[in-house]
Design a protein around this ligand. Structure first.
Ligand code: G3P
Length: 218
C-alpha cells in the first residue's frame, strides 16, 4: 500500500518527504484554507516538494461539470503531477468522464465517497482514484473500513482500474486496517504518520541500550 500525505502545509510536507515514505499527496479546500499566500503558488511548491513523479490531488470547487472541467484544466497546468480531485455527484461524474479521455486526459480522484455504488460510478466514469472517507463514516457510527474492504473487492472483482485511496484517516489503526483491506493507497495526516513511527517498547528499548552502553564506558 502506498502512503500519501494528507496536507497542504509546506513544513509538514518537507519533513514527511525527508523520511522517504511518501508516494503522493492529497489536499482539500479545508487544508488549503489553513495556509497563507497564493493558492497557485502553494500548489506549485507542494508539487515540487513531493516530486514530479508522485501524484498531488488538488480539489476543484466548481459545482457544474463545465466549471469543474475548466478549473481542472487550469490546475493541471500548474505542475505535471497534479491530479484533479472532484466530489462525487452527477456533475462530478460528467466532469470526470470529460477529463479522463482524449489526448488532453487528466487523472481524477473522486472524493467524498461514502458508498460502494458511488465508487462504482466514479470508476466507470473513468476515475483513476476513488477516495472513501473512513473517519467521517466512523463518526456517524458506520463502518468506514468495511466500506474500503467492500470497495476493494468490488473494483477488483469487476476488473475496474480505479485505485482506492483510504481517506479521512484518524489514527494508526486505520492505516493498518486499510492495508489489510487491500486499499492501494492510504492518505494520512502528518500527526498520524508521526504516531506510526512510535511504540513505547521502542522508546524503552533505545533507553535501555543507551544506558547499558554508557555503563560499559564508565
Ligand atoms: O483529504 C480528505 C480527507 O482525508 C479529509 O479527512 O479528517 O477531514 O475527515 P477529514
Amino acid at each position: 500500500m502506498q502512503l500519501y500525505l494528507d496536507s497542504a502545509n509546506l513544513q509538514e510536507i518537507t519533513t514527511a518527504v525527508s523520511w522517504g515514505v511518501i508516494g503522493g499527496l492529497t489536499t482539500n479546500p479545508t487544508l488549503v484554507a489553513r495556509e497563507t499566500g497564493s493558492f497557485e503558488d502553494l500548489i506549485r511548491q507542494i508539487c515540487r516538494l513531493v516530486g514530479e513523479e508522485r501524484p498531488v490531488s488538488v480539489e476543484v470547487i466548481g459545482t457544474t461539470a463545465e466549471a469543474m472541467e475548466k478549473e481542472a484544466r487550469l490546475l493541471a497546468e500548474l505542475a505535471p503531477n497534479v491530479v484533479i480531485k472532484i466530489p462525487i455527484g452527477i456533475e462530478g461524474l460528467k466532469a470526470v468522464h470529460r477529463l479522463s479521455q482524449g489526448p488532453k486526459k487528466i487523472d481524477c480522484n473522486v472524493t467524498l465517497i461514502f458508498s460502494t455504488n458511488q465508487a462504482l460510478l466514479a470508476a466507470r466514469a473513468g476515475a483513476a482514484y476513488v477516495s472513501p472517507f473512513v473517519g467521517r463514516l466512523d463518526d456517524i457510527g458506520w463502518d468506514g473500513m468495511g466500506l474500503v474492504r467492500e470497495m476493494v473487492e468490488i473494483l477488483g472483482k469487476h476488473r475496474l482500474e480505479a485505485q482506492v485511496i483510504a481517506a479521512s484517516i484518524r489514527h494508526p489503526r486505520h492505516v493498518h486496517e486499510a492495508a489489510l483491506a487491500g486499499a492501494q493507497i492510504a492518505t494520512i495526516p502528518f500527526k498520524v504518520l508521526e504516531q506510526m513511527t512510535q511504540h513505547p517498547l521502542t522508546d524503552l528499548g533505545i533507553e535501555r541500550f543507551l544506558a547499558d552502553w554508557n555503563r560499559k564506558q564508565e
